[in-house]
Design a protein around this ligand. Structure first.
Ligand code: C5P
Length: 193
């Protein structure tokens, strides 16, 4: 039986860093599910077809990390048929032995409601914007507007909106160092295991 860790939260909250650290610590596979939506958005054309025909190579494009790719991802992610086309791949990944860490927006609520560990990672808007601006070498004010717009769209959509699962543990990384946030997540996962 595999062990699944579901991590959700808004952009630049630290969920990806925590997910990678947990996967490394426990020897689990890791899937950044945002990449699936970023790839669908970046491929252009009909997003439903793109989602149905997505290949692992599509996830390796080097333009997927940009702010523009994030916005495009958020728009295609609101299309129900795009989301449903990506469900099976994510659920199969979640069953990887001996375990898997998936991070995204709807992992604990829709993709893996039975996950052994559920975390919801967040931080203040300003701190998330500062982190992302440093990472991308971009203007903090522009990034703040972009993040708020994207979060609002992700939280308001009808299908699989971004939200904390009732049984998820909240980690606010606003005042934590990366090491502290990772340590907290590892302890929570250990307790569940
Ligand atoms: O996590 P990341 O910023 O790469 O995600 C890009 C976009 O993909 C999000 O803003 C969201 O619209 C969408 N997404 C989603 N469900 C997930 C992961 C990402 O809707 N599980």
């Amino acid at each position: 039986m595999s062990f699944t860790i579901a991590i959700d939260g808004p952009a630049a909250s630290g969920k990806g860093t925590i997910a990678r650290a947990l996967a490394a610590r426990f020897g689990f596979a890791h899937l950044d599910t945002g990449l699936l939506y970023r790839a669908v958005g970046a491929l252009g054309g009909d997003p439903i077809l793109a989602a149905r025909e997505l290949t692992p190579d599509d996830l390796r494009r080097d333009d997927l990390r940009s702010a523009a790719a994030g916005q495009a991802a958020s728009r295609v992610a609101a299309i129900p048929e795009v989301r449903s086309a990506l469900v099976d791949f994510q659920r199969r990944f979640a069953r990887t032995e001996p375990g898997a860490v998936l991070d995204g927006r709807d992992i604990g609520t829709v993709i893996c409601p039975e996950a052994e560990v559920k975390l919801y990672v967040t931080a203040s808007d300003e701190i998330r914007a500062r982190r992302r601006a440093l990472e991308l070498g971009a203007d903090e004010g522009v990034i703040l507007t972009e993040l708020r717009e994207r979060d609002a769209r992700d939280a308001a959509r009808d299908v699989a909106p971004m939200r904390q699962a009732d049984d998820a543990v909240l980690i606010d990384t606003s005042t934590l160092t990366i090491d502290e946030a990772v340590e907290l997540a590892i302890n929570l996962a250990r307790r569940a295991g």
